[in-house]
Design a protein around this ligand. Structure first.
Ligand SMILES: *Cc1c(COP(=O)(O)O)cnc(C)c1O
Length: 448
């Protein structure tokens, strides 16, 4: 008979009928499979830590969002936000589903082209578009969303030289009742700056104004804010028609719908509006704005995180347990904030990946990096985990695999589980050769 593991006695106050401080019980339920594939097999084959994505979940999220809007408005188009997750396999899932591309840099623009997205289905956002990127975008008939007056003048200049009209929209920022206002991107509505930009574009005759764009924030918890944003874009569009004889072909309401992650510091359960609730407010506002039937604009959405966050999992292993000097228990994992950037904003749900003891103790979960900010969860109530045990971190599909940093550790494999439960590496883990390939050694420092 094997010796039983000693578990330190622990007193825990329970408030019956209420959520206790550790939140819902779900963190104790083992998660042994992602889709139909066993976690232990994934780790055995692809190492630990490893990112795993469910293709089925991505497609389901996409279809759900499209349905929410298509049932409420006749002309809807989604554009995949590349910066949320720009692995080409992931982008191509969205493109197969019918999504355009939304990019915010020259390299993202080129990625979209290489993924076969037609130029006129690429939306080019962001404050830092270089001249050569703009030339490429104009030549490919892409939709260029102007961020500031400097860019507007640069575009007029380039179009004069190329003797070709660029298809443009302006990004509009506004007060939607959510503070702080994101007013650093685009032209302000309330001050009249947006209207001034519109007038300059139409007067210039070098640019074709085809759309209006707003992206009011990210992880937005208010559907109403989108009603305000839609109403202000509609107001500009209707004035374009009546005062400047210009029909605005599309309104782009940006991204920002929240995933079901838990924001740090949220007390209890904060419910996030569903895509249907956002769709209801946005579509009703545009339909009631007073457009004639033939002028009804195409509605574009650039949703990122809500489409992919819950399709991404991080599998990892316990390196060690410790008792901190203040008595708290600490668990050290083999993944840290280097590959989980979003742990700065969210208390990611973490589940054990195997049957575990009945006992639990609140512990702080650290990553393996040699720095103090490497904290995955400040307080998580999990069953006793031993060295070598596995965990599943939930809802890490958005932003982690683009914001990750190569610090101390190499970035791990990304594995896609397809709709038939076959697994594919869609990005290999990094190695020393990858890390050093761009380094150059001055002659005098070469080792003899
Ligand atoms: C980041 C970004 C998005 C996607 O935002 P989510 O919050 O992930 O939906 C969409 N549009 C623009 C302009 C962005 O910068």
């Amino acid at each position: 008979m094997s010796k039983l593991k000693y578990e330190r006695p622990y007193l825990k106050k329970m408030n019956t009928g209420m959520l206790n401080k550790s939140g819902a019980q779900s963190e104790f339920t083992p998660v042994t499979h992602i889709e139909e594939v066993a976690v232990k097999d994934l780790i055995k084959q692809y190492g630990s830590p490893v990112f795993v994505l469910s293709e089925k979940q991505i497609r389901q999220n996409y279809k759900n969002a499209v349905r929410a809007f298509n049932t409420r408005y006749p002309k809807v188009q989604f554009a995949w936000s590349y910066k949320t997750h720009y692995n080409n396999a992931v982008c191509n899932i969205f493109h197969q589903e019918g999504s355009w591309a939304e990019v915010v840099s020259g390299f993202e623009y080129n990625k979209a082209l290489k993924n076969g997205v037609p130029g006129n289905n690429i939306i080019f956002n962001g404050p830092d578009k270089h001249s050569d990127d703009l030339i490429l975008a104009i030549e490919n008939d892409s939709l260029i969303h102007i961020d500031h007056f400097e860019e507007l003048y640069l575009l007029i200049d380039i179009c004069t030289t190329l003797n070709k009209k660029a298809k443009v929209a302006i990004r509009v920022n506004m007060d939607t009742g959510i503070y702080p206002v994101w007013d650093r991107f685009g032209f302000n509505y309330e001050s009249g700056q947006a209207w001034q930009a519109i007038n300059k574009i139409i007067a210039s005759d070098k640019l074709q104004l085809v759309g209006l764009h707003a992206h009011i924030g990210t992880y937005m918890l208010s559907a109403n804010a989108y009603g305000v944003s839609a109403a202000k874009l509609c107001d500009l569009a209707i004035n374009c028609k009546s005062q400047l004889n210009t029909v605005i072909k599309y309104l782009d309401l940006g991204g920002g719908f929240p995933s079901q992650n838990t924001l740090k510091g949220a007390i209890g359960l904060v419910s996030t509006p569903t895509v249907d609730e956002f769709a209801e407010v946005i579509c009703a506002t545009i339909l009631n704005a007073g457009f004639s039937n033939e002028d009804l604009p195409l509605l574009i959405l650039e949703s990122g995180r809500v489409m992919i966050d819950d399709a991404g999992f991080l599998l990892g292993s316990v390196l060690a347990n410790k008792r901190l000097s203040d008595g708290r228990k600490a668990t050290i994992m083999d993944f840290g904030v280097n590959i989980m950037f979003t742990s700065f904003w969210f208390d990611h749900k973490i589940s054990p990946a195997q049957e575990a003891s009945q006992f639990n103790e609140e512990s702080v979960m650290f990553g393996p990096l040699c720095m103090n900010i490497d904290v995955i969860r400040e307080a998580v109530s999990l069953p006793l985990l031993n060295k070598g045990d596995h965990v599943v971190v939930h809802k890490v599909g958005a932003y982690n695999m683009t914001q990750w940093m190569q610090f101390i550790a190499m970035r791990p494999n990304i594995v896609l589980i397809d709709t038939n439960n076959n697994t594919h590496v869609i990005r290999k883990s990094e190695d020393l050769a990858y890390l050093e390939q761009l380094e150059q050694m001055p002659e005098h420092l070469k080792s003899k």
